[in-house]
Write a protein that binds this ligand. Structure first.
Ligand code: ATP
Ligand code: MG
Length: 407
């Protein structure tokens, strides 16, 4: 049995990047031999094992063939006869299809090293088209390595375009798609992920609601960049620049979906886009089964982001409603994430990236004022049930009035 390092670990070492997790491939072994060496099997479908000590993944060299639609439509064949070259050819990109033995001897039959030097993301073989997830993976790698100068090879982009038109993308499971989407959003340049998906027509299939924002104008006075799609990409870029968590980045991507529904005769204004967008945000959320915290924040940011921008002009009663909608008393962190998303939205405008956003501190102060109301004194006064609720609300409103007057 021969064991090689493969995939990301080889690629990133050659790029001089830190290697976090190592994938291994095992040639010339059977499942029984692996088990006898103490490897633990994982996954029902794949011949993949965990190392008894390091816990790293060891996969038996395998070939695969597409036998039907979607990921279920794959048959795998692993046996001691499968060669390293046969295993590598089924991989997505040439730069991911290199292997290295324990002497750091490189096996590179598909010229991954050449493409690393040329800064090209290129598919290994026509078999690329057999798994539509690779469209998302390439877009994710483009986002990750754009800073190093990588681009998608024209012939690979063409293949991605054909895949997007074929209807195969629709067969992806929400779980597989979300894994790629969420990882891509956490890259330093997540907007490149969306740009590449758009360039190959995949965005129109995966998130038509986001795709529809390109070509939709906004008022130049508020949005010098004018285009709503361009704005959305800038907001996402700002979110990454400011190291925001996934929840905020997801909310940033979806916050303006309602603008895609505005009738052309109303352009460049977008009356009530916050409300109109909610059903679209919900649809995208559910399509990818996004985690609950991502879903919630996207809906709240969609509905209230313009409230955030107008924070200093809001009446105390509107401010109170806003805080109640966020349940800021029990969920202070979620309100912080809302504020962050609003700030990224404001910064994601051409030429206004550095402008200060006093709304952020103002909203924080308002939350603190409303949260400072103690319940105990009201209980002592004899309030209970719904009356207690009303009394708390009155006190909070009073606190917010004082806050606004002193601000
Ligand atoms: P990362 O740094 O994101 O982990 P990686 O290249 O190691 O990058 P993994 O998802 O860990 O990516 O996969 C390991 C390797 O397995 C890849 O380098 C690639 O060769 C192969 N691979 C993974 N998923 C696919 C896929 N859907 N189609 C083809 N090859 C794949
Ligand atoms: Mg990996």
């Amino acid at each position: 049995m021969r064991i090689y390092k493969v995939g990301g670990a080889v690629r990133d070492r050659l790029l001089g990047k830190p290697v976090t997790d190592i994938d291994w491939v095992v040639v010339g072994a059977t499942t029984e031999e692996m088990l006898a060496k103490g490897f633990r099997p994982v996954g029902a479908d794949f011949p993949v094992f965990l190392h008894p000590k390091s816990g790293e993944e060891y996969a038996l060299a395998r070939t695969e063939r597409k036998s039907g639609r979607g990921y279920g439509g794959f048959t795998f064949h692993a046996s001691p006869e499968v060669t390293l070259e046969e295993d590598l050819i089924r991989r997505d990109l040439t730069i991911n299809a290199m292997a290295e033995d324990d002497q750091q001897n490189l096996t590179d039959p598909y010229h991954g090293q050449r493409d690393l030097e040329a800064r090209l993301l290129r598919h290994v073989s026509p078999a690329f088209a057999e798994d539509p997830l690779r469209v998302l993976r390439v877009a994710r790698f483009a986002a990750r390595y754009t800073a190093l100068g990588f681009t998608v090879a024209p012939e690979t982009l063409e293949l991605m375009r054909q895949l997007s038109e074929s209807g195969e993308l629709e067969a992806l499971t929400p779980e597989r798609s979300w894994k790629e989407i969420s990882r891509a959003l956490m890259e330093d340049q997540p907007q490149v992920f969306i740009e590449v998906l758009r360039a190959c027509g995949a965005l129109k299939v995966l998130m038509p609601e986001v795709d529809a924002l390109f070509g939709v104008p906004q008022p130049p006075a508020h949005h010098p960049e004018i285009d709503t799609g361009a704005h959305t990409l800038s907001v996402l870029q700002q979110a990454a620049l400011h190291k925001q968590p996934l929840t905020v980045r997801w909310a940033c991507l979806l916050h303006d979906l309602g603008k895609g529904l505005t009738p052309e005769e109303e352009w460049p204004r977008h009356i009530a886009h916050e409300f109109k967008g909610l059903k679209l945000i919900k649809a995208v959320n559910e399509r990818f089964k996004a985690p609950r915290d991502c879903q919630e924040l996207a809906m709240l940011v969609g509905e209230y982001h313009t409230h955030g921008h107008r924070a200093l002009e809001l009446k105390p009663s509107t401010l109170l409603e806003l805080l109640q909608s966020f349940d800021v008393y029990r969920r202070p962190q979620r309100f912080e994430e809302f504020i962050a998303a609003c700030e990224m939205d404001a910064r994601g405008r051409e030429g206004l990236e550095q402008r200060s956003y006093p709304q952020a501190d103002y909203l924080r102060g308002a939350a603190t004022a409303a949260r400072s109301i103690a319940v105990q004194p009201l209980l002592e006064k004899g309030f209970k049930g719904p009356e207690l609720g009303e009394a708390i609300k009155r006190e909070r409103l009073k606190a917010l009035k004082a806050y606004k007057d002193n601000a």
